[in-house]
Write a protein that binds this ligand. Structure first.
Ligand code: 13P
Ligand code: ZN
Length: 273
């Protein structure tokens, strides 16, 4: 099968397009990666080249040794992915030590994987271990309302989680664990990759102050839907505050407990006092 005929490539491109249309990917902002299933690799690997050398990632994850990832190119504009996927996307193979990768398909004309690949890589490692292999998608975007909130709220997991849960009744159901928040850090660094992957031990959402958001999930729909729900909650808060009257009423802790009981979910208790 040709690489571009594979369903996972089509789903990846559709998600990237959807994110662009939401306004979350100005210029080259944001990046996306997918841990490819073994049967999906088998169906297309006759198109792979093994000529490229392995390159150090800068971080190590033994549980990702031998895995294949579909990733966006560093510097690529999301609006161009669908028009030229073989330039703007690449498939990389991880070495047997879990510390290097080589490009086996795509990234034509000298491209390299996203500068946030160390964060994607460690997040995949944490999520693969935590979900018994179920999680496969890591998504970074620059959604404006959540970025705006990082200039307003204290940068704590609890402040963000509590507020976002109460901005729409569906929110506690979509992210019952809440969201993690990092203070401002240098993007693309090993430090931000390590700090983000620590948050991913507890949450499916990590917010980078004054920068953007990372979401993790088992497939494209759920990961995109998670980003969309969190961003919409932030947007509702900003709309309410822009009316200049503050929050006249909102969901109470008791309401959150009622939602959890009715839908048989467990909300993170430390955010409920
Ligand atoms: P890349 O173009 O290298 O993916 O970087 C975009 C970005 O959002 C950095 O945080
Ligand atoms: Zn970014």
């Amino acid at each position: 099968m040709q690489v571009l005929a594979a369903e996972f490539i089509k789903g990846f491109i559709r998600m990237a397009d959807d994110g662009y249309r939401q306004g979350w990917h100005e210029r080259n902002g944001g990046n996306l990666s997918y841990r490819i299933k073994p049967e999906e690799v088998d169906a297309i690997k006759q198109n792979f080249s093994t000529e490229n050398p392995f390159v150090r990632i800068g971080v190590k994850a033994e549980n990702l040794a031998g895995e294949y990832f579909l990733v966006t190119r560093s510097g690529n504009f999301f609006r161009n992915i669908a028009a030229a996927p073989q330039e703007n996307l690449g498939i990389v193979e991880v070495d047997q030590q879990g510390e290097g990768y080589r490009v086996v398909w795509g990234l034509e004309n000298g491209g390299v994987p996203t500068s946030e690949f160390p964060s994607h890589f460690l997040n995949h490692s944490v999520k693969k271990a935590a979900t018994n292999g179920a999680y496969r998608v890591i998504y970074h975007a620059h959604p404006p309302s959540i970025i705006a909130l990082t200039y307003l709220l204290p940068l704590t997991d609890k402040d963000f989680s509590r507020l976002l849960w109460t901005m729409a009744t569906e929110c506690p159901l979509v992210f019952p664990d809440g969201v993690g928040v990092l203070p401002w850090m240098v993007p693309g660094s090993k430090e931000i990759a390590l700090a983000t992957s620590e948050l991913m031990e507890k949450y499916d959402v990590a917010i980078w102050a004054h920068h953007g958001m990372f979401c993790a999930g088992p497939n494209f729909d759920l990961t995109f839907g998670l980003m969309h729900t969190v961003e919409k909650a932030a947007d509702i808060y900003l709309r309410v505050m822009s009316c200049g009257q503050g929050l006249r009423q909102t969901l109470s802790t008791e309401n959150l407990r009622e939602i959890a009981a009715a839908f048989h979910i467990k909300l993170r208790e430390e955010f409920l006092d």
